[in-house]
Design a protein around this ligand. Sequence first.
Ligand SMILES: C=C(O[C@@H]1C=C(C(=O)O)C=C[C@H]1O)C(=O)O
Length: 180
Amino acid sequence: MSKFKQLYKPLLDDAKWQLPDHLGIEGTEIGHWLLEQDSLSRRFQRHCEVFTVSLIEQVKIARTALTDDERALIGDADCLMRKVILRGDDEPWVFARTLIPISTLTGQESDLEQLGEMPLGFRVFTDRSARRDALEVADVGTTESPLWARRSRLWINEKPLLVAELFLAQAPIYTKESQC
Ligand SMILES: C=C(O[C@@H]1C=C(C(=O)O)C=C[C@H]1O)C(=O)O
């Protein structure tokens, strides 16, 4: 099993998701990143020379593997699960886990199954129908060193997918000069 999966999957699995208002991050540096409504990939691209995505795992999972809150967000559906590492100039910045209901992988969206190492956001946010909602955040780190995660639902042509992102220690969201 990939070290990223071993290290970071449990942190996302155990995240206690909260509404951003409950954490007072609005208007903070961290908040500017965690509340990003447009493509995170596009924003990361502006912070490095080379932005890449490594596919760690892509597998179909049964609806029974979903948690109750995932089911409430994207329906009681078998899903394609995609796990990736986003990197800026070869530094790991985000571990992301996306659940795409099989019913979303239809019509124009059938290509989402063949993304490979193309950033999901590049594909989704080129569609005029794309929107993000149900954004929640969690601090999965320690008091000494916070480690932030967010989860949000994306819609493309009114079909949902659920994206959870863990911002790793080297991510630009933790450095002061990272606003743009
Ligand atoms: C949804 C986006 O796509 C990003 C890229 C992902 C991927 O390639 O699997 C997953 C989550 C995001 O960090 C985005 O750019 O906002």
